[in-house]
Design a protein around this ligand. Structure first.
Ligand code: ADP
Ligand code: MG
Length: 235
């Protein structure tokens, strides 16, 4: 396993609830190495999305520290946090979150437009490569409403990986997919993990995702209840 790219120390996140506070995360300490294929597993409300959002610098902890790709999340300015997300982190959501008026190609190209130093020819090559990775080269001109849910999620995967991020955060990526589409997107992500060494962290309670994970971190009421890894096969 590679270098540590995420170090979370005593992370807590509370939301005010009348006179009390709801602890969405309660003293979470975890680290992740480059190249992991790991999942946060737990029932609805256990804190999975809150934790992914903090790792992705979309949200801040109430206390504790989070170091992601060498940067302390709680110390970043909004501009620095945006740069970290734009260059180094890909996001995949349960509801795909594609832009409906744009084509598949334009949806995938979108994050690259946030990197103004990229020349158009390079950008085009990167989008083409991402389309190949997810097997949608022939649908570049389609719009999301012309695609199935499985195809939409493949576009979302392409959009997440097009900038070749070191880290991809996938929040319940199969929640809206049937068994066959879930299996197919997991195979794509496993391949990206193996061939590009992209680190994947999922949140899920779907057995179809869980069986593919090399590390399973169970959350319960905002705490880490267990953390098991399967050693990498050396055969
Ligand atoms: P999961 O993704 O495992 O379903 P979440 O991280 O979304 O869990 O939520 C953890 C807990 O925090 C839940 O009790 C949820 O209701 C609460 N929570 C999440 N976001 C907010 C928010 N913005 N305001 C208040 N409570 C929230
Ligand atoms: Mg969630």
């Amino acid at each position: 396993m590679g270098e540590k790219i995420i170090e979370l120390k005593n992370l807590s996140k509370s939301y005010p609830m009348g006179v009390a506070a709801l602890k969405a995360l309660n003293n979470v300490t975890l680290s992740f190495a480059a190249g992991e294929f790991a999942g946060l597993i737990g029932p609805s409300g256990s804190g999975k999305t809150t934790l992914l959002n903090i790792i992705g610098s979309l949200d801040l902890p109430t206390s504790g520290s989070a170091k992601v790709l060498g940067q302390k999340i709680e110390k970043l300015s909004p501009k620095q946090a945006a740069a970290l997300r734009n260059f180094a982190i890909g996001f995949i959501f349960q509801t795909f979150n594609l832009l409906p008026v744009y084509t598949v190609y334009e949806n995938i190209e979108f994050p690259l437009l946030l990197q103004p130093q990229l020349k158009p020819a390079r950008r085009q090559a990167m989008v083409r490569q991402a389309l190949e990775w997810v097997g949608l080269a022939d649908r570049a001109g389609s719009r999301p409403k012309q695609l199935s849910g499985g195809q939409c999620q493949r576009v979302a995967i392409a959009r997440a990986i097009v900038k070749n991020p070191r880290l991809v955060l996938a929040d319940e990526p199969t929640a809206n997919l049937d068994a066959q589409n879930s299996a197919s997107i997991m195979e794509i992500m496993k391949k990206l993990n193996k061939e590009l060494n992209t680190t994947f962290i999922f949140s899920t309670h779907d057995e179809k995702v869980i069986k593919h994970l090399r590390r399973k971190i169970r959350l319960a009421d905002g705490r880490v209840a267990s953390d098991e890894s399967i050693p990498r096969c050396r055969c």
